[in-house]
Design a protein around this ligand. Structure first.
Ligand SMILES: [Fe+2]
Length: 239
């Protein structure tokens, strides 16, 4: 069983992720070398700016799967979206325009790094009230979380799931971020790790170093939940 990457930008030629099929295949090779067996592709959606409809994601995934098979890459690929929250998501979700995480009730949601905590908390309430379950993307990127672990505890208590970026856990974004994530991991406040890979150079789908760090910080049971089991239970097998 390999690692499950629930947040990455590998759709060929879409937004600021992979530049095309060649780069997507190179990224898949890197992911496989890192022990990743399953990836949920999560292109950006931001109202009025950028977005790929669920149907288009579906047909692009078919092309990627075919090309990957021809290259001998065995990674399984699923649809998703990284949704930049706005208060008018209902129509896009209800109409099925937006791809949720592997067509489950879970949605990966991001905000501005400088968003206030009350806004994020209310947004999460809004998503629950629409009948979906929010996963907060890269919790370490928000000032209001970095400055208060209590805020993360509140979201966790509300039933929100929390995703962290593999590079942040591994220390690629500095000591302060790594230290913050260590606190969250010790308290078992995190549900998922994602690479948030955008290319095969500066932001590649690297997981090994993060997995090593997690195994040092967390007990074996929780480490397995983070790296494999939660994603399988909630996102891959629940359909
Ligand atoms: Fe992302």
């Amino acid at each position: 069983m390999g690692y499950i990457d629930i947040h990455c930008h590998l759709l060929p030629g879409v937004d600021d992720g992979s530049s095309g099929m060649d780069e997507t295949l190179s990224m898949l090779h890197i992911a496989a070398e890192n022990g990743i067996s399953d990836m949920i592709f999560t292109p950006h959606y931001k109202q009025g700016r950028v977005g790929t409809p669920r149907e288009a994601i579906g047909s692009m995934l078919q092309e990627v799967r075919k090309a990957a098979r021809e290259e001998g890459i065995g990674i399984r690929i699923y649809p998703g979206t990284e949704i930049y929250y706005n208060s008018a998501l209902e129509e896009k979700l209800e109409s099925g325009w937006l791809a949720t995480m592997n067509d489950t009730e879970y949605v990966l949601v991001e905000f501005s790094p400088f968003e206030t905590f009350p806004y994020i908390r209310n947004a999460m309430d809004d998503i629950f009230s629409l009948g979906y379950r929010p996963i907060l993307a890269h919790v370490e990127r928000y000032q209001c979380m970095l400055s208060s672990v209590d805020n993360v505890r509140v979201l966790h208590h509300m039933g929100c799931q929390i995703q962290v970026n593999a590079g942040s856990v591994a220390g690629d974004y500095g000591f302060k971020v790594k230290h913050f994530l260590k606190k969250l991991l010790k308290e078992q406040l995190v549900h998922y790790v994602g690479t948030d890979a955008h290319n095969c150079d500066s932001r590649k789908p690297a997981m090994e170093k993060c997995a090593e760090t997690i195994r040092k910080i967390c007990n074996p049971e929780y480490a397995d939940q983070l790296l494999f089991e939660n994603a399988r239970t909630y996102l891959l097998d629940s359909r």
